[in-house]
Design a protein around this ligand. Structure first.
Ligand code: UFG
Length: 326
C-alpha cells in the first residue's frame, strides 16, 4: 500500500513509518517539524509541510495513488491544552478537518486516527472499554473526541472509513536503537525517570502520593511503542478488508503506579536517584487502565512487550545511546 503518515517525524509516527516501510509499504511522511525531527524519518519519502496547508495536501493526495492516511500530528500535552485551548482546537480540530476535506476531495477513504484515553475523562470504572462514557475533562481530550464525532458522521455520509485508536500510555523505544522518545519539553513519566537515572536530571518529581491507589500514586497502563504501531497496521488491514470503521482502546490491561515505575527504572538502569514528592498535577485521573479485549479479538492483536521491565529496558537503551552521542 501507499500510505501518507502525517506527523511521521514524531515519537509514535517515526516508529510507525519504520514498521510500515519494513512491511513493504510505500510511505510518505508529511511533518512541519514543529515537534518532530527530520532525522527520525529513516524510511520512505519526507515532505516538510503543514497539516493545515491545503496546497501541500492537494499535491500529495491528488496523485490518486494514496491508499490510506495515518494522522499522528496532534498536540498532546494536557496541561498546555488547558492554558492554550485555542492552540489545541486549531491544530487538533481545524487542521485535522482540513486534512479530512482534502481526503474527500481526492477520494482517499481510509483514515487511521491517533485518539487518546483522555476522551474518557475521570473513569467511572476500570479497565476502560470502548463503551465507557466519553466525558473529557480538558481541551486536549475534547479536541480528540470532536474529531471522533466528525469521523462517525463522515463514515455515514461520505463513506470515509476510519479507525480511532485510543492510546493509553505509549512508552519505550525501537529495540534496534534507531528511534526513541524525544519530546522537548519532556513531560512523560518514563523518559523523565530515565533522565534522572542517567544523571541528566537532578531528580524525579512524583505528582501526588495521596490518591486512592495501593501506594497513593497514579496508576497507568504502559504500552510499548511497537505494539501500538502493530495495532495500527492490523487495524488498517481490517478496515480495508471489512470496509468498516472501528474504535479500539489500546493498552496492556495492567496498571503500574508511579512508584512501581520508578522501582523498575532503578532495577533496569542499576542506578539510584532522588525522588521527591510534589503536589498533584491538575487533571490526572488516579487510575487509567485499558480493556483492550476488542482489539485482541477483532484484530488478533497480541502485545509482545507486555512486561514493564521490557518496555523500560528499550527506553533505557535509547537514553544511554543519547548520552553516548553527546
Ligand atoms: N508523573 C509524575 N512525574 C512526572 C511526570 C509524570 O509523577 O514528572 C505522573 C503523572 O502525574 C501521571 C503519570 O506519571 O500520573 C503518567 O504521566 P505522563 O505525563 O507520562 O502520562 P499521562 O498519563 O498524563 O498522559 C498520557 C499521554 C497523554 C494522554 C493521556 C491520556 O501522554 O497524551 O495519557 O490520559 F492524553
Amino acid at each position: 500500500m501507499k500510505i501518507l503518515v502525517v506527523g511521521g517525524a514524531g515519537y509514535i509516527g517515526s516508529h510507525m513509518v519504520k514498521q510500515l516501510a519494513q512491511a513493504g509499504n510505500d510511505v510518505i511522511t508529511l511533518d512541519n517539524l514543529s515537534y518532530g525531527y527530520r532525522d527520525a524519518v529513516k524510511y520512505g519519502e519526507f515532505i516538510e509541510g503543514d497539516l493545515g496547508d491545503e496546497s501541500v495536501l492537494d499535491a500529495i493526495l491528488g496523485t490518486g495513488d494514496i491508499d490510506a492516511v495515518m494522522h499522528f500530528a496532534g498536540f498532546i500535552q494536557v496541561g498546555e491544552s488547558v492554558l492554550k485551548p485555542s492552540m489545541y482546537y486549531h491544530n487538533n480540530v481545524v487542521n485535522t478537518f482540513t486534512l479530512l476535506e482534502a481526503m474527500l476531495r481526492h477520494g482517499v477513504k481510509n483514515f487511521i486516527f491517533s485518539s487518546t484515553a483522555a476522551i474518557f475523562g475521570e473513569p467511572d470504572y476500570t479497565p476502560i472499554d470502548e463503551k465507557h462514557n466519553k466525558q473529557p475533562i480538558n481541551p486536549y481530550g475534547h479536541s480528540k473526541l470532536m474529531i471522533e464525532q466528525v469521523l462517525e458522521d463522515y463514515d455515514k455520509a461520505y463513506g470515509l472509513r476510519s479507525t480511532c485508536l485510543r492510546y493509553f500510555n505509549a512508552a519505550g523505544a525501537d529495540p534496534d536503537g534507531e528511534l526513541g522518545e524525544r519530546h522537548v519539553p519532556e513531560t512523560h513519566l518514563i523518559p523523565l525517570i530515565l533522565q534522572a537515572a542517567s544523571g541528566r536530571r537532578e531528580d524525579i518529581k512524583v505528582f501526588g502520593d495521596d490518591y486512592a491507589t495501593d501506594d497513593g500514586t497514579c496508576v497507568r497502563d504502559y504500552i510499548h511503542i511497537n505494539d501500538l504501531c502493530e495495532a495500527h497496521s492490523l487495524a488498517l488491514h481490517r478496515m480495508i478488508k471489512s470496509d468498516k470503521s472501528a474504535r479500539y482502546n489500546l493498552g496492556n490491561g495492567t496498571g503500574f503506579s508511579v512508584k512501581q515505575v520508578i522501582d523498575v527504572a532503578k532495577k533496569v538502569s542499576g542506578n539510584d536517584f532522588k525522588v521527591s514528592i510534589e503536589p498533584r498535577r491538575a487533571g490526572d485521573p488516579a487510575v487509567l487502565v485499558a480493556d483492550s479485549t476488542l482489539a485482541r479479538e477483532q484484530l488478533n492483536w497480541q502485545p509482545r512487550h507486555a512486561e514493564l521491565d521490557d518496555i523500560v529496558k528499550t527506553a533505557w537503551q535509547w537514553e544511554t545511546d543519547f548520552l553516548s552521542r553527546q
